[in-house]
Design a protein around this ligand. Sequence first.
Ligand code: FAD
Length: 304
Amino acid sequence: MPTEPFQIAGSIEDALSAMATGARPVAGGTDLVVGARQGKSPLPSNLVAVDRIVELSTIEQNAEGVIVGAGVTHATLMTDPLITSGYTALADAAALVGSPATRNVGTLGGNVMNGSPAMDTGAPLIVLGAMIDLRSQGGSRRVAPSKLWTGPGSTSASDDELCVAVALPKRSERSGSAYVRLEYRRAMEIAVVGAAASVELNDEGVIEQVAIALTAVAPTIVALEGLTDLVGRRVDEDVLAAVAAIASSQAQPISDLRAGADYRAHTVGVMARRAVDAAARRAAGETIEVPVNRAEGVGRTDRP
Ligand SMILES: Cc1cc2nc3c(=O)[nH]c(=O)nc-3n(C[C@H](O)[C@H](O)[C@H](O)COP(=O)(O)OP(=O)(O)OC[C@H]3O[C@@H](n4cnc5c(N)ncnc54)[C@H](O)[C@@H]3O)c2cc1C
């Protein structure tokens, strides 16, 4: 049966049926359409717009945590009270995406499914223990981000699978998270490198759990290993130096026009220690405005 080249889905079922006949979903279009205009890859011949699907644009709390619809925009993520209070690294990341225009239409689902190693929401989703909900006419499945992203711009999702939501597990009271990125200018810039951290402290202010992930230093987002030695310690200079060393050693960056590999390996360590420091301070109850980059002056050019 011939398909319309451009369809507008009013429901998830509409979108799934269009995708079953070969249509590609488009949400904000800030990757897909802008990329086509820039000549990165031609616009697919069949598109289904998913930005008007109300079920995709909600943020809901339940007993297990928070479910964020795939169609939620970065502008909403960076201000939603559930996200800024409990999942602050994700709000930090959303607040750094592009410009206000990009954030107003660009979505979490589009960022996740585009699969760029420089995506800002990726490292926060890893440290927050997020899972990605995919649906097709054949059924639903929940996949870990590390299993979804398979390489630069590629995912393990099949062409007929729609990302419907991102599930964020419940957080403990004494936990905090942060995302920090190196950028050369303050808008319309993707991360040169970035790092997200999640820290849980006990009543004595000692680390009970820590997770760190890195942006733009490998073909996919990197979840750091070997952090168990940090558990049971206070977040002091020694711990932050160890974090920087672990991050730099596990990064596998490339050199390109924007940065050399050695510079990326070094600066991602700096971003990781800043992310852990901010996450631990948030866990201890300190308020650091979203995004950390602006609150802490990362990238300020007027510093002495
Ligand atoms: C000027 C500019 C600046 C930018 N700056 C940043 C930045 O700082 N940080 C950053 O991370 N990104 C940045 N981006 C990239 C982009 O804005 C984000 O990745 C955004 O979140 C993409 O969302 P979207 O809804 O526009 O995706 P779309 O362009 O609509 O889609 C992107 C991809 O995901 C697929 N897709 C979309 N929704 C779904 C779904 N629900 N299920 C399955 N597949 C889906 C599409 O088919 C397509 O392959 C920038 C883009 C521009 C144009």
